[in-house]
Design a protein around this ligand. Structure first.
Ligand code: BG6
Length: 532
């Protein structure tokens, strides 16, 4: 970006007359049953998130954690593995949980609530064991019959687990005389929720045979990120932005999730998925819906979800001409040699699966008609960067026509989500001196400058919301189906075309065709992929 002056980190900043931080609403007593107890998700994210929740006193005192896994082990050895995992995070920059020590007292409180069950989740026997463990949890930990079933297993098991839970009557909720639930049962469904419109519809239909919609929590970990949630606060708690948040003032929006990592050990999963399915209908559209939704009438979950669902419903289905894809070839990422996708473990040597995708989306409603939303995401790119950048329409040039100013840059409002979190506004100022000369500068807000950084893996809020029954951050059945509807024509066209996927160099900013796509649209350009 031209002419931007480096910014100084403020020495100390004080929140301006804001009320003190509020405590989270206490969660209901409950047991949480994790299917996939030995998996990476449990070790690297779910258990660290529960540890953070217990450490910050947001986990109910009356809590039990029941891990269900395939491997033969004892509760004691599961506990000790998880403890080792937590300790492994200490001092590791870039790890899911950035900590310099483990609060052993908090860990012991959590460890005392753990039970491990071994079994085959496709067979009824394990469900009888779970039923007995839930009764035991109620007796020992006072969980009052409330239970969360967390499907941390591969997606091919979602239907069978829910079906078996239903058959074992574990998803039944009972009402008291006043019609209130005397205890609740909730199911958290991890990504991917289907891999096409057809399969998402099937999965919804299947789950809804056993569960009611309000029992299903379709999780998208992007919505657990504080900066993503703060988009709503920024838009709706400030008088400044909403009046200009529309097609009259906004030229276009760019949403980027650039990663430096490759597919790592997930070759098998990725071969069946690719960047479009992996990131777009879930994470990228979740970000888009936060930017594009109408203001809800209140912060009630139903109101928020309806507003987001309207965005999905107003999105036009996209065709292959609105999409560019690419696959990483060998190169250098962050100064280190990086292998080609086709040389990754469990990847076919002639695979045509995309690891990068850029697309143009349109939202057909009064606020957004004619404003393109450009989305791009890819692996093995030059920097890690997740951001939403709003490009405002340029000011008329007339006032500067008899001055040395030969161009005006548009204003950019950039919501940075990762790795650095904050908001910046780029605008034009006059350079000091006798000449009417302009320069673009940036006003920059960084979360780290204003708020103490709390260890957080991104699942804390989501798990807490499941415990309190707040569905605002979870996808409703119709939202998921609408998201797949938008991308399905592209998936179909790629299968029909059987065209080779173009390559891009690892460590680059993706395929050149993505730049050409924007250039064709009124000469627009992607923002650079950079670390801040
Ligand atoms: C996951 C995708 O859902 O999100 C991964 O399956 C991707 O491929 C990851 O790397 C990105 O999440 P984050 O939080 O690291 O941006």
């Amino acid at each position: 970006m031209p002419n931007i002056q480096p910014i100084q980190k403020p020495q100390s900043v004080q929140i301006i007359a804001s009320p003190p931080r509020r405590q989270a609403k206490p969660a209901d007593p409950c047991a949480m049953v994790i299917f996939g107890a030995g998996g990476d998700l449990t070790k690297r994210l779910l258990v660290p998130a529960l540890y953070n929740l217990i450490r910050t006193k947001a986990l109910p005192e009356n809590f039990a954690l029941i891990g269900v896994g395939q491997s033969a082990r004892t509760t004691e050895s599961w506990r000790s593995d998880l403890h080792d995992m937590l300790k492994g995070f200490i001092g590791k920059t870039g790890a899911e949980l950035g900590v310099d020590h483990i609060d052993e007292a908090a860990w012991s409180r959590l460890a005392s609530k753990l039970t491990y069950l071994q079994g085959d989740i496709t067979k009824p026997e394990i469900y009888s064991m779970i039923a007995a463990a839930l009764v035991d949890a109620e007796r020992r930990h006072g969980t009052r019959g409330n239970a969360i079933f967390y499907l941390g297993v591969a997606d091919q098991f979602f239907e069978i687990v829910v079906e078996e839970l239903g058959k074992a009557r574990l998803t039944r909720q009972d009402k008291d005389q006043d019609g209130k639930l005397s205890y609740w049962r909730r199911v958290v469904v991890e990504k991917p929720f289907g891999n096409s419109l057809h399969s998402a519809r099937d999965l919804n239909a299947h789950l809804l045979r056993t569960l009611r919609e309000e029992q299903i929590f379709r999780i998208d970990h992007y919505l657990g990120k504080d900066t993503v949630q703060s988009i709503m606060a920024m838009r709706f708690a400030n008088g400044l932005f909403e009046p200009i948040w529309n097609r009259d003032r906004i030229d276009h929006v760019q949403i980027t999730a650039a990663e430096t990592v490759g597919v790592e050990k997930r070759g098998k999963f990725y071969e069946a998925t690719g960047a479009l399915r992996d990131m777009v209908p879930s994470h990228m559209f979740a970000l888009l819906s936060m930017v594009a939704m109408e203001p809800p009438t209140c912060f009630d979950a139903a109101a928020i979800r309806s507003r987001k669902a309207e965005v999905f419903a107003a999105m036009r289905a996209i065709g292959p001409e609105q999409v560019v894809r690419g696959q990483y070839a060998a190169g250098m990422v962050l100064g280190k040699p990086a292998a080609a996708y086709r040389d990754e473990p469990n990847v076919a040597p002639r695979s045509d699966v995309e690891t990068y995708v850029a697309l143009r989306v349109e939202i057909d409603n009064w606020r957004w008609a004619g404003v393109p939303f450009y989305i791009r995401t890819g692996k093995h790119l030059s920097h890690r960067m997740t951001e939403i950048a709003i490009c405002f329409k340029q000011a008329p040039y007339a006032a500067f026509q008899d001055t040395p100013v030969d161009s005006l840059r548009p204003n950019w409002l950039v919501l940075r989500i990762a790795p650095d979190q904050g908001i910046s506004l780029q605008f034009e100022v006059k350079r000091p001196g006798p000449v009417m000369d302009l320069a673009a500068v940036k006003m920059d807000f960084r979360y780290d400058d204003w708020f103490a950084k709390e260890p957080n893996v991104g699942y804390e809020t989501l798990i807490h919301d499941v415990m309190t029954g707040s569905t605002a951050l979870f996808m409703r059945a119709d939202m998921v189906e609408q998201a797949w509807r938008v991308v399905q024509p592209v998936l179909d066209a790629w299968v029909a075309e059987k065209a080779a996927c173009p390559l891009y160099e690892s460590g680059s900013n993706g395929p050149g065709a993505a730049d050409e796509m924007l250039a064709r649209d009124a000469g627009r350009k992607w923002r650079p992929v950079s670390s801040s």
